[in-house]
Design a protein around this ligand. Structure first.
Ligand code: OXD
Ligand code: MN
Length: 589
């Protein structure tokens, strides 16, 4: 069935280990996927939704204990602990292979082994990287077919080489005590056992496109980043691209496909989505920074998505979408989630599979981390460059977090190294995308804390080197915070489509069209330069969220110092200098 030498050796060894009843090679054809959808509907893995209202859409529920990425059970298995660095969970590779193969042994008995050849990036791109995921789950096959480019041609591209990422997923018993998501960067191998939740099992996404790819990029000269990519066309018809990193569930999908408010649309602004989660970045032949989205779909958070917060996502998920852990409205066989609308379904099934009445139940119907998996091509504002073999040139890099105070709405770093510092101190209040406490502030450098496949000190150094390589062609670096709150917890900035007002300032700064105010942390806008026409925000409020409170920043530097201690001996000197300089600008001795 598979002629490729290295691929077949690996598949054969897995076959012996897993002992499946059948083996099916996925060719990406719709006939084959349709047959799998039919089987999954028959065995209860999927529910077919209303074909008139949601054509080609399905619902899936994961086990109750398996609803988010499990960072405490995610491991980087490098020969030494130092290679994984202070921020990753490390395990010895030999020990882990033995443990994982022990867990997976015989677990495909009575099941089918699906072999998925896939490409991250368009197959013909020089930047494409190929993977093969072996799984016993049709849900995984169907999601991978949306999120990546699944195609027979991938096998042709791999040929007899071993130049592919090996991914083994075994559902086993979905036992959380034996759940492991393990990466072996040196072997380009991923093994995931005892989970069925997207982020843990769609191995092309976080595991490959971030953890393994960041390691590969370190050696091959590219950066794999947890970033959306969007294009903004201005009234003159020029499109500039921004890459932006935010921690999970901070609105990356919303920002990547934002709809400009009417006054901006009238002026002729347009926004194009290139990607909502991952960017592979490199210095192009023209010396500029280029970014390509390796994915082919969106795996977005459903709750809170509606026609106001993200109309483009709503249109994207109207067909050919898989919904996971949302509410099933039994009356018309459609789906619902908190924040979709006020039509709480009364005759419904919640994410746990129990009968649920949205009008009377106190419990949430959809899991807060419930998801949609939708083809990027469905998005009304998908960029004409989406399938570009080269990606797009990046004018600005934006870092952002979810902070009630401290961080202003937007500021520009003083220069590239200072921008790397700004990325390294990113912090956010935790959300629901990963299991653990919600609402605690955690540092999340470049939003890569859970996704960097090697030592983060070295990773910071790669950023510094990138700046040197780019020289005066380097994009400008900014930080944004859409989440400033007043003392009663009310959000002070309207966010969503209105964020274009801040992006517009960012691009004007990139083109040196406007001045800004220098502060100890970087450059902030003059209030007049953030267009607040037809916006319901008081001038004082705007000034407040744009302002830099030196006392809060003095306290913040203490926390940064504490955080930096973790990287003692491995932090690039440039970043320690940045911290010292910030302290001196804040007049701390
Ligand atoms: C995601 C995440 O699913 O960051 O994108 O958790
Ligand atoms: Mn993400």
């Amino acid at each position: 069935m598979i002629k490729n030498k290295q691929v077949s050796i690996w598949i054969e060894s897995l076959s012996k280990l897993l002992n499946p009843d059948n083996v099916v090679l996925i060719d990406g054809s719709n006939e084959q996927l349709e047959e799998l959808r039919r089987i999954a509907c028959n065995n209860g893995e999927l529910t077919k939704l209303n074909e008139d209202k949601l054509p080609g859409c399905y619902l899936h529920r994961t086990e109750i204990n398996d609803v988010a990425r499990v960072e405490d059970r995610t491991f980087i298995c490098t020969p030494t602990k130092e290679e994984a660095g202070p921020t990753n969970n490390w395990r010895d590779p030999e020990e882990m292979y033995e443990l994982l193969y022990g867990i997976a042994r015989g677990s495909y008995k009575g099941k089918t082994m699906y072999i998925i050849p896939y490409s991250m990036c368009p197959i013909e791109s020089d930047y494409a990287k190929f993977g093969i995921e072996v799984t016993d789950s049709i849900y995984v096959v169907l999601n991978m077919a949306i999120m990546t480019r699944v195609d027979k041609k991938v096998l042709e591209k791999i040929g007899d080489s071993d130049n592919f990422v090996k991914g083994l997923h075994a559902s086993c018993e979905i036992d959380q005590e034996k759940r492991y998501i393990c990466h072996f960067p040196q072997d380009k191998t991923i093994i995931s056992v005892n989970s069925g939740y997207g982020g843990n099992v769609l191995l092309g996404k976080k595991c490959f496109a971030l953890r393994i790819a960041s390691y590969l990029g370190k050696n091959e000269g590219f950066m794999a980043e947890h970033m959306l990519i969007l294009g903004i066309q201005n009234p003159e018809g020029e499109t500039k691209y921004i890459a932006a990193a935010f921690p999970s569930a901070c609105g990356k999908t919303n920002l990547s496909m934002l709809v400009p408010p009417p006054s901006y649309k009238e002026k002729g602004y347009k926004v194009f989505c290139v990607g909502d989660d991952i960017a592979w970045m490199r210095v192009g032949q023209d010396g500029q920074l280029w970014a390509i989205n390796p994915e082919n779909g969106f795996f977005g958070v459903a709750p809170g998505t509606n026609y106001k917060t993200n109309p483009n996502a709503m249109k994207t998920i109207m067909s050919d979408t898989i919904f996971t852990n949302v509410v099933l409205d039994k009356d018309d066989n459609t789906v619902w989630w908190e924040g979709l609308n006020d039509n709480y379904p009364e005759n419904a099934v919640n994410w746990k599979g129990e009968l649920w009445n949205g009008k009377t139940s106190k419990e949430k119907g959809a899991h807060p981390n419930s998801r949609f998996t939708a083809p990027a091509k469905n998005c009304p504002c998908i960029s004409p460059q989406f399938d570009s073999l080269y990606g797009v040139p990046i004018s600005a890099i934006v870092f952002g977090g979810r902070r009630a105070r401290v961080t202003p709405l937007v500021y520009q770093s003083r220069d590239f190294n200072n921008g790397v510092f700004v990325g390294s101190i990113m912090a956010s209040e935790t959300t629901v995308a990963a299991s653990g406490k919600v609402g605690v502030v955690r540092r999340d450098p470049m939003a890569m804390l859970p996704f960097c496949g090697y030592n983060m000190g070295e990773y910071f150094n790669k950023w510094i080197e990138l700046g040197k390589q780019l020289g005066d062609k380097a994009p400008k670096i900014f930080n944004v915070n859409w989440f400033r709150q007043d003392d009663n917890g009310n959000f002070l900035w309207p966010g969503f489509g209105e964020n274009i007002r801040v992006l517009d300032w960012i691009l004007k700064r990139c083109e040196n069209k406007i001045n800004a105010i220098e502060t100890p942390i970087g450059y902030i806008p003059y209030t007049k330069d953030i267009n607040s026409d037809d916006l319901d925000i008081k001038k004082d409020t705007l000034e407040y969220i744009l302002g830099v409170d030196k006392e809060l920043w003095r306290q913040e530097t203490l926390r940064i110092e504490e955080f930096y201690k973790m990287f003692k001996g491995i932090m690039p000197i440039e970043l320690n200098q940045e911290l010292e300089q910030l302290k001196s600008r804040l007049q701390i001795n």
